[in-house]
Write a protein that binds this ligand. Structure first.
Ligand code: HEM
Length: 342
């Protein structure tokens, strides 16, 4: 009897939510009815309104990453830079307009974040199949997960149902995204501001197992780490000489170096092994092992020893990061074009 009652209520919910989607195409609630903004995100959000959403995202990603493996890294980073600025609301994708000052010009983003054309291509395909249904904020979350999986990393059940902002914040982008020469204390503070703890900090920093950084982001370590014209003493010597050849004292600011030189396109735990050997590229990477408080050092060691443990925690922390202040229910909108508000 109980079984029939539950099945019947599920059918009623599905029927009502399908009708609501038809009646209000601009306000698509998927199924399960998140209509009043109180239920948060859930993996089946597009189960009825756009069941092929993830397949569409994956087919575009497969092509883009086959063409340029680094694209996986760039897309993973985009989701991070979105979520740390007024929550995961696709604010990072907005271009300048009469009402918007784009985040793309902020210090951490300028000449640095990339992958917008891939997001555009995914959006165009989704609009063809499921008009005004899948938000740009969810596309960023799906693209980050898909990029991780296609690079050999973990998969996870991804909660969905984010909606898109009508605003961006250049100043929040400048203030909330940690700079590469951060102390451990500073990293912990900036992550805490987003509801993330030291376990999340270490696991998510593991995103640096793929992708590259520009010379300008690690130059200080090579030539003047503490204002005494000396290199960072925690840098492995051989690694240091190698880095100097790509990143001279003057000029070469846009030369790039892999964040994990041992396997730059493979999502694995070598990032943590390299840190143990003094071969982390950014100050923010190396301080996870050498900085105080010492709590993060133990985590770096554990993830270096046990890739499965790292993968599990990375997945959990990505879900946590993806949950930062999403717009749900009647808040925000589903943009037709990720670069501008409707
Ligand atoms: C802990 C604080 C973090 C700092 C200080 C930091 C800093 C940086 C910097 C400076 C770069 C290079 C940018 C450039 O050269 O223009 C970079 C690249 C990257 N970051 Fe982070 N990051 C942090 C956390 C994260 C997190 C949480 C993720 C994702 C989970 C992430 C993913 C990436 C990826 C994948 C790249 C390479 C992008 C590419 O090749 O296009 N980072 N990060």
């Amino acid at each position: 009897m109980e079984f029939f009652k539950v099945t019947l209520s599920l059918l009623v919910i599905a029927f009502l939510s399908a009708n609501l989607s038809v009646a209000h195409p601009g306000f698509n609630v998927g199924w399960g009815g998140n209509g009043f903004g109180s239920f948060g995100l859930f993996p089946e959000f597009y189960q009825f309104s756009c069941p092929q959403a993830n397949d569409i995202v994956m087919s575009v990603l497969e092509k883009a990453i086959a063409k340029e493996p680094r694209m996986a890294a760039s897309l993973l980073r985009l989701h991070f830079h979105d979520c740390f600025v007024q929550g995961c609301d696709a604010s990072v994708l907005l271009d300048d307009s009469s009402t918007v000052v784009s985040e793309k010009k902020s210090l951490p983003n300028r000449n640095s974040i990339r992958g917008f054309e891939v997001i555009d291509e995914i959006k165009v395909k989704l609009e063809e199949s499921c008009p005004q249904t899948v938000s740009c904020a969810d596309i960023l979350a799906l693209a980050a997960r898909g990029s991780t999986v296609l690079s050999g990393g973990p998969n996870w059940q991804l909660p969905l149902g984010r909606r898109d902002s009508e605003t961006a914040s250049l100043s929040t982008s400048n203030n909330n995204i940690p700079p590469p020469n951060s102390t451990l204390q500073n990293l912990l503070t900036l992550f805490k501001r987003q509801g993330l703890n030291e376990v999340d900090l270490v696991a998510l920093s593991g995103g640096h197992t793929i992708g590259v950084a520009r010379c300008t982001t690690f130059k200080q370590r090579l030539y003047n780490q503490n204002g005494n014209n000396q290199p960072d003493a925690t840098l492995d010597k051989t690694y240091y000489y190698g880095l100097k050849s790509v990143c001279p004292r003057s000029g070469g600011d846009n030369n790039i170096s892999p964040l994990d030189f041992a396997s730059p396109a493979r999502f694995d735990n070598t990032y943590f092994k390299l840190i143990l050997w003094g071969k982390g590229l950014l100050t923010s990477d190396q301080v996870l092992f050498t900085g105080s408080p010492r709590t993060t050092m133990e985590l770096v060691k554990r993830y270096a020893e046990d890739e499965g443990l790292f993968f599990n925690q990375f997945a959990n922390s990505m879900i946590k990061m993806g949950n930062i202040s999403p717009l749900t229910g009647f808040k925000g909108e589903v943009r037709k074009n990720c670069r501008r508000v409707n």
